[in-house]
Design a binder for this molecule. Structure first.
Ligand code: MN3
Length: 200
């Protein structure tokens, strides 16, 4: 069973009114994400990892320095699968229900959470990701370099933002903070975050 590129949850042009060009998705999903899937299939072909789940490959390859190349691709496939679901057309707004209460409890307020997440996303030096995770019942913000993710560390991810330059350069050039602000104002899919929290 080869690893697959899951369909985007929306059309290439669906996020254009919300600050993310169709061209960004054509490259980011159609070329970058697809290349990680293709590379992962090449690197695992005819090995025991070819029959494992993507989640298992991420966790096994992260622990084995001889499989760093596999981890880089498996991690990036998983991260992008999760990232596309963290966005939606006409996203933004505020969380509600139990998720909102939990963010208030663990961060002080939803705004404090946004501030902490934005700070992590802005200060990840070079390529990487910002995450909201459920760490044994406590919500926390973390950042990871390159392909690393909470799954590799046995943690449960609730939300992510890709802060590799390829994620924002066509839309915001070098202005990563403007990309992060637009994410919270227009793109974040709070329904997805709430679903992940309910499953955590
Ligand atoms: Mn990316």
């Amino acid at each position: 069973m080869a690893f697959e590129l899951p369909p985007l949850p929306y059309d290439f042009n669906a996020l254009e009114p919300y600050g993310m060009k169709g061209e960004t998705l054509e490259y980011h999903y159609g070329k970058h994400h697809k290349a990680y899937v293709d590379n992962l299939n090449k690197l695992t072909q005819d090995t025991e990892l070819a029959n494992k789940s993507l989640e298992e490959v991420v966790q096994i390859s992260f622990k084995d320095p001889s499989k760093a190349g596999i981890f880089n691709n498996a991690g990036q496939v998983w991260n992008h699968n999760f990232y596309w679901k963290s966005l939606k057309p006409a996203g933004g707004g505020a969380p509600s229900g139990e998720l909102a209460s939990k963010l208030e409890k663990d961060f002080g307020s939803v705004d404090k959470f946004k501030e902490e997440f934005s700070n992590a996303a802005a200060t990840q030096f070079g390529s990487g990701w910002a995450w909201l995770i459920d760490d044994g019942g406590t919500l926390k913000v973390i950042k990871t370099p390159n392909a690393e993710n909470p799954l590799a560390h046995g943690k449960k991810a609730l939300l992510t933002l890709d802060v590799w330059e390829h994620a924002y350069y066509l839309d915001f050039r070098n202005a990563r903070p403007a990309f992060i602000k637009n994410f919270f104002d227009n793109l974040i899919n709070w329904d997805f975050v709430a679903e992940q929290y309910a499953k955590a």
